[in-house]
Design a protein around this ligand. Structure first.
Ligand code: ADP
Length: 649
């Protein structure tokens, strides 16, 4: 801004100075011309005096005098009249110019006598030609003129013989004695000391600025002031070439300054952007954990980032310019690495996904690295080398090792857990068939002790023992399959058949707990598709829970209801209900009912309900419970009917 201000000030000063310089030029030229004009007039007047003296030479006869004087008047338009006078100033003869109307005919010559006398007395005193003060002479053409008398004393042998009086018009002097280049486009005038104009040549156009110069024309006997007025034409912004040039150059300078400032701003911005980009790049490189190394086409290292230096333990200075035998190559691999480098320099691209290699730290430790290489392309699109990224994969290897070990441990634990789960489920589910076997066996022994054993009952008990033992075997297999999450074998089975299979066990327990079992099974039910043994276990568990819930002294007429019907919401499902009239489920244990190992019973395992729900959900169904009316609990679950086009699970 300061620079621009300075240049503007400079420009204004230059224009002003140029204007002033031009004015001073005009003024000094005017003064010079004025002085020249005075000189010209003075020398012309003295030439005239010589010519006049020539007329008077050798006392010419009046006729000759007249013809010479007339000749002189023809050649000198500034002279009005020439007179020859005797020493008493009486006119002897005279000649008048033809160029102007004669003034003296009209006014009489005596009018001017005082002036003539003044000039001649001065001339006499000086013994040389002298002038009188000018005076106004009205002419017959009503124009009039300012005239001035010149008196030349005529001497012969030291005696005054007479006078030659010449009348000049001042205007004529200006018109005829001055060269035209001095008067062109100027106003030239004779003035008196007080500025009154006596005669004017040309007329000054009054405009803004008028230059003016005055010179004194000192003639013997009279002093005139020659004044020159010049004017400047229309005022112009750039009065001359110099000013215009200076202005144009200043403008050009301003333009250049402006362009320079613009360019500077752009450059500064570019520099700032570049610095930002560099700082960003540097920060990025420094923060990288990936080592970076650039090599030129001859394999010399041209760049390494801090991460690379840290990785190999050498400083950037130690690594720069290295090509063969890089210090981080383990000596045992040098040959192999050299071959690899040769292949690379021959222009063969490495695999995109990178390759593994071994580097050596400065302290001698070897470590595995993953190298990803890519050609380095310069701004001209030519390959200028290779850029490689290095990942220290020690940590990765360690993590892989750790993960493998923990995977193995996990598998071992999983196997143990499976075993535990199986053992606990088996112990839960085998309780019932084993209890049944034990009770049939006791019954059989009691029968044998009788004197006449009822063979039919004994046979039935033995059959039941065999059935329950088989059942126990099936339970073991089913639980095993269930725990190992194998594909269970789903088969279509009539609902009645499901109930029939478990009824002896239920009855056994019902009798013990004095519970009446009621079945309400729709005979038209479709068959259900399920893992039969596991669903039987579900029914058994729910029935047993229900009966156990009613095993409190204040409940009489204990009744267990087993119901099955087609789902009202979706006929593709069959619903099972196990209802009791026990005390119901208190709200504080509701949330934990299905949690494995949750039980409120002294000898309970707390696995029954969680197993039931898992089994039902594996069939695609749901297991829910709610209060029974008027009292007790109803557990219900759904199983897919066999009518389904495709198995649900
Ligand atoms: P367990 O029978 O070994 O206790 P379950 O998982 O079968 O384990 O049952 C968990 C708990 O749920 C039982 O201890 C009991 O308190 C409660 N429960 C189950 N069925 C009923 C029911 N029909 N009425 C009342 N409480 C029940």
């Amino acid at each position: 801004m300061a620079l621009v201000g300075l240049v503007v000030a400079l420009l204004i000063t230059l224009v002003w100075l140029a204007g002033r310089y031009e004015a001073a030029q005009v003024q000094s030229r005017l003064e010079r011309d004025d002085a020249n004009a005075v000189d010209e007039i003075r020398s012309a007047l003295s030439r005239n005096i010589q010519s006049l003296q020539a007329i008077q030479f050798k006392n010419p006869t009046p006729a000759i005098w007249r013809s010479d004087a007339a000749q002189f008047l023809r050649e000198h338009r500034e002279v009005l009249r020439i007179e020859s006078r005797d020493p008493q100033l009486r006119i002897l003869h005279f000649v008048e110019t033809h160029y102007r109307p004669a003034g003296f005919d009209w006014l009489g010559r005596n009018n001017a006598h005082a002036d003539v006398e003044q000039a001649c007395s001065t001339a006499r005193r000086l013994s040389a030609p002298a002038y009188a003060s000018s005076y106004y002479l009205p002419l017959s053409d009503a124009q009039g003129a300012e005239v001035m008398e010149l008196c030349m004393p005529l001497m012969n042998m030291g005696q005054l013989t007479g006078y030659l009086v010449t009348t000049y018009t001042l205007k004529g002097i200006l018109e005829d004695l001055l060269s035209s280049q001095l008067t062109r486009s100027r106003e030239v005038s004779f003035t008196e000391g007080d500025g009154t104009r006596l005669a004017v040549l040309g007329s000054a156009q009054r405009s803004n600025r008028v230059f003016s110069a005055q010179q004194i024309l000192d003639l013997p006997g009279n002093t005139l002031v020659l004044r020159m007025d010049s004017w400047r034409g229309e005022p112009e912004l750039f009065p001359n070439v110099l000013t215009a040039l200076v202005a144009a150059m200043s403008l050009a300078l301003m333009l250049i300054l402006w362009l320079l400032a613009k360019d500077m701003r752009r450059r500064l911005k570019a520099e700032r952007d570049l610095a930002d980009a560099l700082a960003f790049r540097k920060a990025m490189e420094d923060s990288l954990v990936t080592g970076l190394r650039a090599r030129d086409v001859h394999g010399r290292i041209t760049y390494v980032n801090p991460a690379f230096c840290q990785m190999v333990g050498f400083s950037a200075e130690e690594l720069m310019g290295q090509s063969d035998n890089a210090p981080y190559w383990p000596p045992e691999f040098i040959q192999e690495y050299k071959q690899r480098q040769a292949i690379r320099l021959a222009g063969n691209s490495p695999p995109r996904e990178g390759f593994e290699s071994v580097f050596m730290h400065k302290d001698g430790t070897r470590f595995p690295v993953l190298i990803i290489e890519a050609p380095l392309i310069n701004a001209q699109g030519e390959q200028s080398g290779w850029m490689s990224a290095f990942l220290d994969i020690r940590e990765q290897r360690r993590v892989e090792e750790l993960s493998r070990a923990s995977q193995e441990r996990l598998q071992a634990t999983a196997r143990l857990a499976t075993m535990g789960e199986m053992a606990s489920l088996l112990s839960h589910e085998l309780n019932q068939p084993l209890a049944a076997i034990a009770s049939y066996a006791t019954g059989s022994v009691n029968l044998l002790h009788e004197t006449t054993p009822a063979m039919a009952d004994l046979e039935l008990a033995m059959k039941r023992i065999a059935q329950e033992a088989q059942r126990a075997g099936k339970v073991i297999k089913s639980v095993h399959d269930f725990v190992r999450r194998r594909d269970q074998t789903h088969e279509a089975i009539a609902v009645q058949a499901l109930f029939d299979a478990i009824m002896p066990l239920i009855q056994l327990q019902a009798r013990k707990l004095s519970v009446i079992v009621q079945q309400r099974i729709d005979p038209n039910l479709p068959r259900v598709r399920c893992d039969v043994t596991m669903v039987e276990q579900v029914l058994l568990n729910l029935a047993r829970n229900a009966m156990q819930a009613m095993d409190v002294p204040d409940i009489r007429h204990r009744r267990l209801e087993l119901t099955s019907r087609v789902s009202l919401q979706d006929p593709r499902w069959v619903e099972f209900f196990v209802a009791d009239i026990g005390p119901g489920i208190s709200p504080d244990i509701e949330g934990q009912l299905f949690t494995p190992f949750f039980t409120t019973k002294a000898e309970g395992m707390g696995l029954g309900l969680s197993l039931c729900r898992t089994v039902i959900e594996q069939h695609g169904g749901t297991l829910v419970y709610g209060p029974n009316t008027p009292l007790g609990t109803v557990f219900s679950f759904t199983l897919p009917a066999d009518v389904l086009a495709s198995p649900v699970v």
